[in-house]
Design a protein. Structure first.
Ligand code: SAM
Length: 512
């Protein structure tokens, strides 16, 4: 039996035209480690069954709230409320302020009011994230700047809509953060319908066509998978609330956002059909099992930033040894600047500063990254492929002839393995490990202690990143020792191409 608030939500959903297979599913409270509240199967459910569906009028966003209309299209744009997230957050505040009068009142009643996303962490808690990919991406200042510079002036310009008395209660910065975080943790990105084409739903990389549930490439939407050039941090930067170039828009999807997620464990996908959205099972589910969606299988750093939790699953023992846990999709960032610093040292600082700056500018103009992502390729865990781009970059900085060739050809250097480059990479990885206040061993010990959940999540993020750094470091050292045995005593002079190791992917140059 659903709890009274959930029953009320179900009835609201059905009254407004939603369909819910009440015999098959319910919303239940699970342990925090399983996601807390989520959707469970009441009976065995076969693949291909619709769990629920809803008309588009049930979605909550800029297109369905009446605020933009009341504000006026031109004024809305003039206030820049169509850019990024401020407009949709304002719509959520506007609808919530209506109380029981809002079309979505029973939906607001069941939405969480407390979150573990780092946006709400204390300074001490945030210090636990130092060195990780989360640390610089929380974006609280940007959110607050948007509130003060865009949203507050817009509200003050329309006292007919936002009475001065209502602002402290319903439209404060605190409420802005609350609604922004609801968006961050629960919203979906959908493609907007045009006259020519029916709408589709999408996640960052994949888009499904309405109605198509049979192909491997179709993909469920995930909360807060935003498209956009600068897929950045905060409530206001992850996506446009209405991106005119990509024609995507963010919406809250009642019921679909009740599903929890775990790395590559989804049971159901959401499809956006011309008239409705439909959640359909993609594999059989046993009675009593939790029904999981996907949030796009992000690494723990991103999962923590966006959703406030981490995945802690058994990891492949061939990579990390027995009984290791974490997120198989983890990544670690290596800033290009760290590679530059070491390469400059190796070059003995002979070059002029301008020369190196010119190379860096060229790299960036060619679309090269300023932060390199190191990750394990699921299908070929032994490969070093994610080192290709930092290697190409290191060669550009290290070797004058490579720089000349790159300029002439308009292509970055090939990621050839040669001693100097490997040494640079190895030292850059070692320096990267110094960015954390603790070592991997410290963190593994800390994890055995009884830490508060936020601290524990931060430790798990750190461990995931450091494990990868150690793994890539070990592989780089093995390559150096194998290919340039004299490198051990630092006196190696032999340089050149390495033959690919058995089983290693052929090393096609990747366009940086
Ligand atoms: C889209 S909501 C899912 C429903 C949510 N549990 C609720 O009670 O409304 C996403 C939030 O659920 C929680 N969550 C989802 N999957 C989780 C998991 N595997 N472990 C822990 N928390 C999870 C996180 O708090 C996340 O921000």
């Amino acid at each position: 039996m659903p709890t009274p608030d959930i029953e009320f939500f179900f009835r609201w959903f059905e009254t407004l035209g939603g369909y819910l297979d009440r015999e098959a599913i319910d919303i239940a409270q699970m342990p925090a480690s399983e996601g807390g509240r989520g959707v469970v199967a009441l009976i065995d459910i076969p693949e291909g069954q619709t769990l629920f569906s809803m008309p588009r009028t049930l979605l909550l966003g800029v297109q369905t709230s009446n605020l933009r209309f009341a504000f006026g299209e031109e004024a809305w744009k003039a206030a820049k409320l169509h850019e990024r997230w401020s407009g949709i957050i304002l719509c959520l505040m506007w609808e919530a302020a209506k109380g029981p009068e809002s079309r979505w009142a029973p939906y607001f009643d069941i939405m969480p009011i407390e979150f573990d996303t780092p946006m709400f962490w204390s300074n001490d808690e945030l210090a636990e994230l130092n060195g990780t990919a989360v640390a610089d991406k929380i974006g609280k200042e940007q959110v607050e700047a948007d509130y003060h510079q865009k949203v507050l002036p817009a509200m003050k310009s329309r006292s007919d809509l936002f009475s001065p008395d209502a602002i402290p209660k319903y439209y404060s910065l605190e409420v802005y953060h609350l609604m922004g975080t609801r968006l961050l943790t629960r919203s979906f990105t959908i493609e907007q319908e045009t006259d020519e084409e029916p709408a589709t739903t999408s996640q960052a990389e994949d888009t499904i066509t309405a109605g198509d549930i049979s192909t491997e490439n179709d993909h469920v939407d995930a909360p807060l998978e935003a498209k956009g050039e600068d897929e950045d941090e905060d409530e206001d930067e992850d996506a446009d609330n209405e991106d005119e170039d990509t024609q995507t828009t963010m919406v809250m999807v009642p019921m679909a956002d009740m599903l929890n997620a775990r790395y590559k464990a989804n049971h159901a996908k959401l499809f956006y059909e011309p008239d409705c959205l439909r959640m359909v099972t993609i594999k059989p589910i046993k009675a009593g099992e939790q029904i999981l969606n996907t949030y796009g299988n992000p690494p723990n750093s991103e999962l923590l930033r966006r959703c406030g939790h981490v995945d802690y699953l058994s990891l492949p023992s061939e990579l990390y040894g027995d009984n290791t846990f974490g997120n198989p999709g983890d990544i670690v960032e290596l800033p290009a600047d760290q590679v530059v610093q070491v390469a400059l040292k190796v070059r003995g600082h002979n070059e002029t500063q301008e020369d190196i700056l010119e190379r860096i500018d060229w790299w960036l103009e060619e679309g090269g990254d300023d932060v390199f992502i190191l990750e394990i390729d699921d299908e070929n865990p032994a490969t070093l492929e994610s080192l290709d781009i930092p290697i190409a970059f290191a060669r550009l900085i290290l070797h004058d002839d490579e720089w000349e060739r790159a300029k002439a050809k308009g292509k970055p250097p090939k990621p050839k393995l040669e001693e100097h480059t490997l040494r640079v990479l190895k030292e850059a990885l070692e320096r990267r490990l110094q960015d954390y206040a603790t070592t991997l061993e410290d963190d593994e010990r800390l994890l055995t202690l009884d830490s508060p959940p936020r601290k524990r999540s931060a430790i798990i993020v750190r461990i995931g990143e450091k494990r990868l750094l150690h793994l890539f470091l070990a592989r780089t050292s093995v390559l150096l020792a194998k290919t340039w045995p004299s490198a051990k005593d630092n006196g190696a002079t032999n340089s050149g191409k390495r033959k690919p190791e058995k089983g290693e992917k052929s090393r096609k140059r990747q366009k940086a």
